[in-house]
Design a protein around this ligand. Sequence first.
Ligand code: HEM
Length: 404
Amino acid sequence: MLSQATKDIITSTVPVLEIYGERITTRFYERLFQNEPSMLDIFNQTNQRKGQQQTALAQAVYAAALHIEHIEDILPVVKQIGHKHRGLGVTPEHYPIIGENLLGAMKEVLGDGATDEIIGAWAQAYGVIADAFIGVEQDMYAQVATQTGGWEGFRPFIVVKKVQESDVITSFYIEPEDGGTVAVYEPGQYLTLKIDIPGLAHTQRRQYSLSDEPGKPYYRISVKREDAHDGWPEGIVSTYLHHHVQVGDTLHVAAPAGDFTLDVTTHHPIVFLSGGVGMTPLLSMVHSLLTYDPQHEVTYVHAAIHGGVHAFQTEMEELAIAHPSLQYYIVYEKPHEEDKQRAHFAQAGYIDLALLDARVPRDAEFYVCGPKPFMKSMVTSLQQLNVSSDHIHYEFFGPQGSLE
Ligand code: HEM
């Protein structure tokens, strides 16, 4: 238990830390990788370069500290991050390493402002937050290790099929090398890949959504090739998977994780809104829902730039033919002439308020996935249509952040 004095210090210093937040966490990562180079095998260096991870961790630590008296109030967030950590292989021994380097960075950036009292209070608070994460993650490790077809750590899988789904998205079908079964996952979950790329000093870990429905003897992940753009380098793992990983190759995979999932037993109509590769978890959900209840009322609206980069067109068209209760619409930002002739083409431009107003039932549960500007626009439009926020479920691609 933290004393009242400690809690008061935490509450009064959060605003100061927020001001220096990014400087502290940037310095934290520099120290971390210098003191513990093995951490370079765990953290995604591309996210580091984009500064996204710095912000995500800073926000999470300060947000948790503000709830220090009732840490249970933020359990949903702890669980969401816990899924990510569990997939990546974060273990209790890692927490003190993160804590020491974070406190060291605080001291360094705040200088004389960081009295022993303040650093002592934050050390205690970090301990409480870390314990909450460790507890949640230990339960998750136990659950995946004991479930049928589940496993601990990273298990070798063979690529049995590789399918190009669009100009930029390719699916990999993988089966366990040991010939065993695979754990049934919840639609919307993702896999973590641990991959050693020749010429790179550090192991890479990346998470990709499972795009098929659960219950098959294989897993399917669908990966967007991240080409270099606007000064950002190409995605090292996605381009390696696209160009070098072939049928017969081995991938090391952690058991499915993630809490952006669909309960297929729902009685509500379901609306799926996806942008680009954000389609992958929603595709797993729509398949699962219609397998469970072939007549379920479903609306699916997908946004892509044009037909060339629109994956799974045939798969979705077949699903719509097989299930008249599925209303399927495509919106292309910059359609080619032939794209406008496609079945289900609704309009050029974006998924806008008018389209949602005309096509989606209000009493639905909404599942939204895509890049941040897409999500922001969808959530804002749904709010304007008076959809209550507890009916809107969304997941970002890349590190979580706020919609602001
Ligand atoms: C991701 C918070 C401890 C490794 C994240 C994210 C948050 C977070 C908010 C982003 C989640 C998302 O994008 O959905 C925290 C907090 C911690 C903590 C508050 C301490 C209480 C750790 C530890 C490790 C770790 C001990 C182990 C080395 C990672 C990694 C990612 C991640 C590798 C993925 C992001 C990337 O590679 O860019 N964490 N974390 N975290 N965390 Fe933690």
